[in-house]
Design a protein. Structure first.
Length: 92
């Protein structure tokens, strides 16, 4: 989203159309499921994890002191999906 447009701000897929970013979305997917991250300029992130065979997605709201903390959130969730995929692969 662009922080310089009036509400409701449209979601834009082309980063070149945004003059002052308000949020950035990241999607990671694999055999074990997928995670969607939205990092907001205000200092927080929303995380949703969707796994096959689990009816409800898991969601998390994370307050961040600085942007570097987002890397650890990303690593933790991607590590969870990777370890779940390996465990599921061994048991089948």
């Amino acid at each position: 989203m662009d922080n310089d447009v009036s509400w409701p701000a449209p979601l834009l897929w082309d980063r070149g159309l945004v003059s002052r970013p308000k949020s950035l979305g990241v999607r990671v997917h694999g055999e074990a499921g997928e995670a969607e991250f939205v990092l907001y300029a205000g200092g927080w992130a929303d995380v949703i994890v969707i796994q096959p065979h689990i009816d409800e997605p898991a969601s998390e709201y994370v307050e961040l002191d600085d942007v570097e903390e987002f890397g650890s959130v990303l690593d933790r969730v991607v590590g969870f999906l990777a370890s779940t995929g390996r465990a599921r692969g061994r048991s089948s």
